[in-house]
Design a protein around this ligand. Structure first.
Ligand code: SF4
Ligand code: SF4
Length: 130
């Protein structure tokens, strides 16, 4: 079980262009481990609004709060082993960006080393940031 996922700093400047550049190198193995095991995916207000609209109902019961911050319940209620993410088109921003993680005031892109695919991405970029 992944309790705390360590993130490694790529040294790549945190800009929108670079985020897409880094993600373009990511090859997810689609194992679903992050959806099943990472505790508490952070939700933005827009995430909650978009997902609620898509579901046609409120997200009550699917959210927990930690220090007043809304998080998806864990394991993610939207993950189904046969199909993967059942809300793919409206999934939380954090899921779209994973394994990139963002901290307040961070200046460079960080990669959560929670799986082999993320480690491969970091290994690819760390000595040759683009
Ligand atoms: S990001 Fe990693 S853990 Fe998540 S599905 Fe892809 S390979 Fe698996
Ligand atoms: S919302 Fe989708 S991508 Fe995000 S953790 Fe749940 S199943 Fe995975």
């Amino acid at each position: 079980m992944i309790q705390k996922v360590l993130a490694a700093d790529t040294g790549i400047p945190l800009t929108v262009e670079r985020i897409f550049g880094v993600l373009s190198h990511f090859r997810c193995d689609r194992c679903g481990r992050c959806c099943r095991e990472i505790p508490g995916i952070g939700l933005t207000d827009k995430d909650i609004e978009r997902i609620s609209d898509y579901l046609g109902t409120s997200m009550e019961g699917l959210i927990v709060f930690e220090k007043n911050r809304p998080l998806l319940k864990s394991p993610c209620p939207f993950y189904k082993s046969e199909v993967g993410c059942t809300i793919h088109v409206v999934k939380p921003l954090a899921c779209f960006l994973y394994p990139l993680v963002f901290r307040e005031k961070a200046e460079t892109i960080e990669i959560a080393l929670g799986c082999d695919a993320a480690t491969r991405l970091y290994e690819k970029l760390k000595d040759n940031p683009r």
